[in-house]
Design a protein around this ligand. Structure first.
Ligand SMILES: [Zn+2]
Length: 64
């Protein structure tokens, strides 16, 4: 059965290759958008960089 999106639809469950499960994806004017679960849309570039820095540091123990 084909999936149809109405303008009222704001998100849909869709397989996400990054989350490896069905997650909510944004829908805008019938177009499927990004996964809402692995990458918070409200996260600013600065917050994203800070999170990536934390993740890097947690993987690589400090030498000093
Ligand atoms: Zn995802």
């Amino acid at each position: 059965m084909a999936e149809h999106f109405t303008r009222a639809t704001e998100s849909t469950l869709k397989w996400c290759g990054r989350c490896h499960r069905h997650t909510k994806h944004a829908v805008s004017d019938g177009r499927e958008g990004r996964c809402l679960e692995h990458d918070a849309p409200r996260e600013t570039r600065k917050q994203q960089q800070a999170r990536e820095k934390r993740e890097r540091e947690s993987r690589e123990p400090k030498l000093f």
